[in-house]
Design a protein around this ligand. Structure first.
Ligand code: BG6
Ligand code: MG
Length: 210
């Protein structure tokens, strides 16, 4: 393995609660039922695909223009919440593991569906840390499609077979598998049948990437 490609949300930092608050605000306003279980299904899924999942519980049909407006409204709430994030939202475990992987000579990249990736990395103090960032702004298909990871591998100039993808979402493990990457899963991602390594915590990467 020559490089490690990290998912952002749920791997490097924890934005689930902010996504939840922002979607909940929108769903309440529209009178649509939404709970934590539905929120869990949004992991790794793009903003518009997430909205479609939320609208499964809606009583009415929305036009594409209305959907665009709803997604923009959710994102505005979400971005306000992201402004509260700081380097304190980067755990010592993640920080020291990233630094050790770099010291061992691995190239390090991000592969995230989020269009807010660069803002989030800036907030937590990792704005300049990674060798490449592949995110929601440079893809047309979201996970489980492998595009975001294939682009990350291309940006760092490595073959998928030489890269490890680190993911917390089953959709991300599927994307890694279909793209020809090895994967390391956290949380529910460990339940995916094609996950290469199951991790209990982020620092397990130091055992996988010797
Ligand atoms: C992923 C999150 O990283 O980014 C998803 O796991 C989210 O929950 C997706 O929907 C898109 O994020 P954003 O910031 O572009 O709305
Ligand atoms: Mg994730």
């Amino acid at each position: 393995m020559k490089a490690v490609i990290f998912d952002l949300d749920g791997v490097i930092c924890f934005t689930d609660k902010y996504h939840y608050i922002a979607w909940k605000k929108l769903a309440d306003k529209e009178g649509i039922y939404f709970d934590e279980e539905i929120n869990n299904r949004l992991r790794g899924v793009s903003r518009m695909d997430s909205l479609e999942i939320i609208l499964e519980r809606a009583d009415k049909q929305y036009t594409d223009t209305e959907k665009e407006a709803m997604a923009a409204e959710k994102n505005a709430t979400y971005v306000e919440l992201l402004k509260e994030m700081s380097p304190k939202d980067l755990s010592d475990e993640v920080k020291s593991t990233l630094e050790e992987l770099r010291a061992r000579g691995y190239k390090l990249a991000i592969g995230s569906s989020s269009k807010n990736t660069k803002m989030i990395l800036g907030q937590i103090g990792l704005g300049d840390f990674f060798d490449a960032i592949s995110d929601g702004t440079n893809i047309t298909k979201s996970k489980p499609d492998p595009e975001v990871f294939l682009k990350a591998a291309e940006f760092i100039g490595e073959a998928p077979a030489d890269c490890l993808v680190v993911e917390d979402a089953k959709a991300g493990i599927q994307a890694a598998y279909d793209g020809g990457f090895k994967s390391a899963g956290l949380g529910e991602a460990t339940e995916h049948p094609n996950v290469t390594y199951k991790m209990n915590g982020f620092k397990d990467l130091l055992e996988i990437c010797k």
